[in-house]
Design a protein around this ligand. Structure first.
Ligand SMILES: Nc1ncnc2c1ncn2[C@@H]1O[C@H](COP(=O)(O)OP(=O)(O)OP(=O)(O)O)[C@@H](O)[C@H]1O
Ligand SMILES: [Mg+2]
Length: 347
């Protein structure tokens, strides 16, 4: 890590990369503040791994510039490599050695003296809750333990920037949670983390900022909250008992004082913005009651990153895996899920 205090850990400017006739990155730019977590979100083939590979100096960009911890990826690859660790989809672990011996080996490789390498290995085992593994060889580890060890190996000499390429793909919920805890630990240490993921809940939970990549370009960036705001904020979905009452309810809501705003009217339900959350909900119930309109269902829905993702990238060809059931396509006024509603008549 360079001696001057860096406020921007990663700076990417107009980077392009093609493989023969496949344009994997078509002019990508963004910055990552030091000590923050950037979530890089995108469907299969969006260019996430290509981007990470360029930033880790495994691939040269065709054009554009990128610096990591102040080092240029093209002109100072050694500087970049000394400042980063990359873990995720593959691991250079020796299967026949214990986790501890792997960690000691990594420390020695990176120039630690034996005693220091052992101390660091024990510290990391403790921290990553692997101390109990003792002499057990890595081939007998569970997937989650292996992933934790994989990440720990990248931290033997503390890096400025950590790249995690789909760190939780293929893990069970418990192991995913363990990896998430690790990302929090990295953050507490002031380490900048770039995390690619296809799981929107993961990006939501861990990232300070998110960039959404689609077909090689950045189609959106911001905090999870900002991205959700773009697809409409919290809304309220109302289903009258009689579908014929939908239009009448819309009239009543439009005529009401205040700023109730109808987003969409469907065959049997309508949605409106709910800037005041449950207060909006209560107001709608009262208005419906006043007009003698029985309600079958009413609920608040907060847009998820899934909604954002589908709105931004179009749902048809994306292979993203956290499963939106909200049915919202690229239309920002699409109907939200009403799962927050309690079943039964409320009016
Ligand atoms: N070595 C390569 N040779 C040819 N094409 C490649 C190569 N690496 C990537 N590509 C292509 O570049 C595009 C971006 O791929 P990349 O692996 O970066 O996507 P990704 O976002 O990481 O996808 P995934 O979510 O599946 O890991 C894809 O169309 C891919 O087929
Ligand atoms: Mg990838």
């Amino acid at each position: 890590m360079p001696t001057e205090q860096l406020t921007t850990a990663v700076r990417v400017t107009d980077v392009t990369k093609s493989f023969d006739d496949v344009a994997a990155l078509t002019g990508v730019s963004f910055e990552v503040p030091a000590g923050s977590v950037l979530g890089i979100l995108g469907p299969n083939g969006a260019g996430k791994t290509t981007l990470v590979d360029i930033l880790c100096t495994l691939l040269p960009p065709d054009s554009g510039t990128a610096t990591v911890a102040g080092h240029d990826v093209v002109h100072d690859g050694a500087g970049v490599r000394a400042a980063i660790s990359m873990t995720g989809q593959y691991a250079a672990l020796d299967e026949t050695l214990s986790g501890r011996d792997n960690l000691i080996f990594f420390g020695r490789m990176q120039g630690l003296r034996r005693r220091a390498a052992i101390a660091r290995a024990d510290e990391l085992l403790e921290r990553f809750e692997l101390s109990h593994t003792g002499k057990r060889p890595v081939y007998a580890y569970s997937g989650g333990m292996r992933r934790r060890l994989d990440i720990a190996c990248g931290l033997v000499v503390e890096p400025a920037v950590v790249f995690l390429d789909e760190p939780t793909t293929g893990l069970d919920p418990r192991s995913r949670q363990e990896v998430w805890n690790l990302v929090e630990l990295l953050k507490a240490d002031g380490i900048t983390t770039l995390l690619t993921t296809q799981y929107l809940d993961e990006a939501d939970l861990l990232s300070d900022n998110i960039i959404v990549l689609d077909r090689g370009r950045v189609v959106a960036e911001g905090t999870a909250a900002e991205l959700k705001e773009r697809v409409g904020g919290v809304h309220c979905a109302v289903t009258p008992t009689e579908p014929a009452d939908v239009d009448r309810l819309a009239e009543v809501l439009r005529a009401a004082p205040g700023d109730l705003r109808i987003m969409s009217i469907g065959a049997d339900a309508l949605t409106l913005t709910a800037p005041d959350g449950v207060d909006t909900l209560a107001e709608v119930i009262a208005l419906a009651r006043g007009a003698d309109i029985a309600l079958h269902d009413i609920g608040l829905a907060t847009p998820t990153l899934d909604d954002v993702f589908f709105a931004l990238t179009g749902d048809a060809e994306s292979g993203v895996g956290s499963g939106s059931d909200t049915g919202s396509g690229s239309d920002a006024t699409a109907e939200p899920a009403v799962s927050a509603a309690s079943p039964g008549d409320v009016a």
